[in-house]
Ligand binder design. Structure first.
Ligand code: AMP
Length: 280
């Protein structure tokens, strides 16, 4: 595995690979890698001879200083795991590589998808995601981009970003399913910050999502959302939302003839967890 910490040699390397007609798969991450991240890398390796994994904890997408300061950093372990799966390239830039002094903040036109759900509770979050993605896509120039369904709304936002920067035809976007622990909890770097007790409670989110999926055709949407919220609150979660939405637009569900997704964001102790399930 080749490790690049700066952009210039990475760009030269990518150019050489492209001249040799090698496809580039890209998996952006913020590190503290777990099996979910590694599954994205393995899928990329199956489809492209060159897979670039980036590790960059992007400050502009954090809306909570405590979350940014305490975001887990496990770089040596990350490198070991990437070596084990034979990842081709690791790009781990410092902040000045991504946001140099002359970096001009762009404002991305994302429509209503930016301000609903995560966008409502974390204003500016998706602009931050688009800033870092735009920079990384510019530097890495991938043919394939792999992202996880775990961050469903982020996937929809990045698809919208690709359209708005006219890369929807040159970059194939691939959303990979969420990897879960045995008890259903979606794997997440933030799970490392849960206490033992909180870790036992956390799978309740998946249980509620599964309950919604089971009854989506037989009970009213509002009732399913309310019941799930109440059950999570009863277990000690502070719930931001439990919502059943259209899979493409993320507007509120109207009928089961639409393709639907249920999404949850809830905080346990200090840790905010998100998860979702495709329903039909
Ligand atoms: P992060 O490091 O949290 O920014 O995540 C990097 C990528 O890994 C994103 O595309 C996430 O959606 C994806 N990812 C995170 N957790 C999982 C998971 N449990 N299963 C599959 N993909 C995941």
């Amino acid at each position: 595995m080749i490790i690049f910490k700066t952009a210039a040699p990475l760009i030269t390397y990518i150019r050489q690979q492209k001249q040799a007609l090698k496809k580039i798969g890209f998996v952006p991450t913020m590190g503290a890698l777990h099996a979910g991240h590694l599954s994205l890398i393995q899928h990329s390796l199956q489809q492209a001879p060159i897979t670039v994994c980036s590790i960059f904890v992007n400050p502009t997408q954090f809306t909570n200083a405590d979350d940014f300061e305490h975001y887990p950093v496990t770089i040596e372990r990350d490198i070991e795991q990437l070596l084990k799966v034979d990842c081709t390239v690791l790009f781990m830039p410092g902040i000045p590589e991504i946001y140099p002094e002359d970096y001009k903040r762009k404002l991305y036109e994302l429509g209503s998808i930016e301000t609903t759900l995560e966008g409502y509770y974390r204003p500016g979050h998706f602009q931050g995601v688009c800033q870092v993605m735009d920079r990384l896509l510019h530097l890495i120039d991938p043919d394939l981009l792999f992202m996880g369904q775990k961050d469903y709304q982020q996937c929809m936002v990045v698809k919208q970003l690709l359209r708005s920067i006219h890369k929807e035809n040159s970059i194939q976007f691939i959303m990979e399913p969420t990897l879960r622990e045995k008890d259903g909890l979606a794997m997440s770097s933030r799970n490392l910050r849960l206490s033992e007790e909180e870790r036992k409670t956390a799978p309740a989110i998946y249980q509620q999502l599964s309950h919604i999926k089971q009854y989506i055709c037989s009970l009213p949407f509002l009732q399913l959302e309310e019941e799930a919220r109440n059950n999570l609150e009863h277990k000690g979660f502070a719930v931001d939302y439990v919502q059943i939405r259209d899979v493409e637009t993320l507007t509120p569900a109207v009928s089961t003839s639409q393709k639907l997704v249920a999404l949850v964001a809830a905080t346990l102790g200090k840790i905010r967890l998100i998860d979702n399930l495709l329903l039909n």
